[in-house]
Design a protein around this ligand. Structure first.
Ligand code: ZN
Length: 443
């Protein structure tokens, strides 16, 4: 296990946006000591990182992802949502095992490059082995669930029985949970009630409760689909249905959460469930705008996610946070909502908490050492050392992140991925994406 002494970094305070110059000792994958000065003898054997002038923040938690979609950013641009979903399913079917491996690897490496240390993936079961191998090779922290459906929302929706879903959940749990020295966790991931029956939702929730894992689903993303669910069950909304089915609690993650009544927001607040805001997707595929400011005001633990790149086109959590903050300011006519500190907490500790961690997402002695160092001294766009936290969010982007630690291991240094040759991965992925695009054209 590695040992690092990070010298002279400026530790960001997300409550008041101040910074404090400190040394940080990382040992046994945790923050062992944080102090104004750590004596070299205390850090004997540590690799010293000179972080002078760099802002230290917790690593980002990308709390809703479909990483394999990194290969299909282009083919799904600018088309209506129903066609988008059908085309997405068809493309997934013509991707092969190596496409899934490299797409997941590319997404994991670009996430790390942009400061994301944890992802919450809703992915494939058919290609589980190459996908989890890619996550393991990249060394990113991941919670993994397999997208599950049993209601034909469109002609391409994959249908399976509840028994089959439980069989897959059991296999996934045994292969994934605790893998890579505990960096991987399993989840259940029913896609969402437009494509999931009440019985399937309840069976998977029961499985999740028995295993102590999270229930990760989409909620209230499409306006029409949300109304269809409400009509089907004679209720006022999709969230009410989840509540009635006994799904809502603090171990439930609700990606999007757009089409909710005020009453449903109260149900989420009472239950402790965790909405995940994915604003770039919500804008690009015209889903709508969730009432995030209202949720925050009610004390709801809202996290953030980049979703899949077929809908968001990005793995950059800074761009995601900025988009979310601007949208809420614009629709509420209130510039104080989703302020920089709140937005960075949504991008870090709120996601970690939603995924069941109580020792992640905050740089504190004893916590797991997932941390980023931000270098804003080589970028014309972000010159102003007195407002670095706000400037990173509003003027910067993921390219400003210089150094990334995942559980005390160095993943990015000097803005370069450490465990792979970046150019080699880019070349391989360019070839594979071009080849896939040729197959898509013939579809
Ligand atoms: Zn999604």
């Amino acid at each position: 296990m590695s040992k690092f002494l990070v010298r002279n970094c400026d530790l960001g305070n997300l409550d008041d946006l101040s910074v404090k110059r400190v040394d940080i000792l990382i040992e046994n994958s945790r923050f062992a000591k944080i102090a104004e000065r750590i004596d070299a003898r205390e850090a004997y054997g540590a690799t010293v990182i000179d972080a002078h002038g760099m802002l230290a923040l917790p690593g980002f938690t990308d709390t809703h992802t479909h990483m394999y979609q990194t290969f299909i950013k282009g083919p799904l641009d600018d088309i209506p949502i129903t066609d988008w979903l059908i085309k997405l399913f068809r493309i997934e079917d013509i991707m092969d095992e190596e496409d899934y491996y490299y797409a997941t690897l590319l997404a994991s490496l670009s996430s790390l490059r942009f400061g994301t240390t944890t992802v919450n993936e809703m992915g494939s079961f058919e290609y589980l082995d190459p996908i989890i191998q890619a996550f393991e090779d990249a060394g990113i922290r991941v919670t993994y669930g397999t997208s599950t459906t049993d209601v034909a929302e469109n002609p391409e929706t994959p249908i399976m029985s509840i028994d089959e879903a439980l069989r897959r959940s059991e296999i996934l749990y045994s292969k994934v949970h605790g893998r890579n020295n505990g960096l991987m966790k399993a989840s259940v991931a029913p896609a969402g009630l437009p494509a999931v029956s009440r019985e399937m939702a309840q069976a998977l929730k029961k499985f999740a409760n028995a295993k102590g894992i999270v229930y990760h689903t989409h909620l209230g993303e499409g306006k029409m689909e949300t109304q269809n669910v409400a009509d089907k069950y004679g209720l006022n909304g999709e969230c009410e249905a989840l509540y009635e089915f006994g799904i809502l609690d603090k171990n439930t993650l609700l990606a999007h959460s757009i089409w909710l009544s005020d009453h449903e927001i109260d149900l989420i607040a009472q239950s402790g469930a965790n909405p995940v805001h994915c604003p770039n997707t919500n804008m690009k595929i015209s889903d709508g705008i969730p009432k995030i400011a209202q949720m925050l005001q009610k004390g709801i633990n809202v996290a953030m996610g980049c979703d899949g790149e077929a809908s968001s086109s990005t793995r950059d959590m800074v761009r995601e946070g900025r988009a979310g903050s601007y949208l809420q300011k614009a629709i509420t006519l209130d510039p104080t909502v989703m302020d920089a500190g709140t937005t960075f907490k949504m991008m870090t500790v709120n996601g970690a908490r939603a995924l069941g961690y109580d020792d992640l997402g905050v740089i504190r002695e004893g916590n797991q050492a997932d941390m980023i160092l931000v270098n804003m001294e080589d970028d014309l766009a972000v010159v102003d050392n007195d407002h670095r936290i706000g400037n990173l969010l509003y003027a910067g982007d993921g390219h400003n992140i210089d150094t990334v630690f995942v559980r005390g291991e160095l993943k990015v240094r000097n803005k370069k991925i450490q465990c792979f040759d970046e150019q080699q991965i880019i070349d391989i992925c360019q070839r594979r994406i071009h080849n896939l695009n040729e197959r898509i054209r013939k579809m």
